[in-house]
Write a protein of this length. Structure first.
Length: 233
């Protein structure tokens, strides 16, 4: 699988570095580079691209505004010389953010994420659902093994994914949307604030659902699931 790439950066040296790094990866094909963000955006509107490297801070248009303007968005890896960048980029679900000067090992990790995510998006259900969930946390795409999820908790506009060994991942996403990403037969919503993995339910009693690490309430709206689960036991 070869990823077709475009790089946009107003700094020629930054573009040369990306060219150099891309040439080291047989899985990447660099189609074009642009020092002018407007020209780069025009090219992207007319040409299908798998992966875009784009600088955040450019004089004519920011990389964030450029990506937001695209109707058909490729996977995006933002590059920036600043540790603090605009929060709006989080909403664009970037694969990764690379801090300049970009280290080749860090670049390699970002490429692995992009390839992994593309395989996930193109996987067919014939192979049995993907066993991972992909979300965006701390401005990066994070892969979470479904088997590691203990439960998922809504926190207004965010959700907190509770994992094994007391680890958590916080992401900007409504509970309804993450439920759509999960296998229907493996995860169940039990409350407006909770989703649980069905295989980890220990018991249900008095509208309380017991998991290995916590006991959670079941709301009236999801009482039918509780009755079905108990009948099967």
């Amino acid at each position: 699988m070869v990823l077709k790439c475009v790089a946009i950066d107003d700094e020629p040296l930054a573009l040369e570095l990306i060219k150099n790094y891309v040439s080291r990866f047989p899985s990447l094909q660099l189609l074009q580079t642009f020092e002018d963000a407007v020209s780069g955006a025009e090219y992207l509107r007319d040409n299908p691209v798998d992966l875009l490297f784009v600088d955040i801070n450019m004089p004519d248009i920011t990389g964030i505004d450029l990506v937001r303007s695209l109707e058909s968005k490729p996977m995006v890896i933002f590059t920036t010389a600043y540790k603090n960048f605009a929060f709006e980029g989080f909403e664009l679900e970037a694969i990764d953010y690379l801090l300049k000067p970009i280290d080749v090992k860090r670049f390699s990790k970002a490429i692995e994420k992009a390839a992994d995510y593309l395989r996930y998006k193109t996987a067919t259900t014939v192979q049995g659902e993907d066993e991972n969930l992909y979300v965006y946390s701390e401005y990066r795409m994070v892969k979470i093994a479904l088997k590691d999820i203990e439960y998922i908790e809504s926190m207004e506009d965010y959700i907190k994914i509770h994992l094994q060994f007391d680890k958590t991942v916080l992401t900007l996403m409504p509970l309804k949307k993450v439920l759509e990403k999960l296998p229907e037969d493996k995860f169940q919503r039990i409350h407006r604030s909770y989703i649980v993995p069905v295989s980890k339910i220990i018991s249900i009693q008095n509208r309380k659902l017991k998991l290995p690490a916590i006991e959670l309430p079941i709301s009236d709206s999801y009482a039918n699931f509780a009755r079905r689960w108990m009948k099967l036991r």
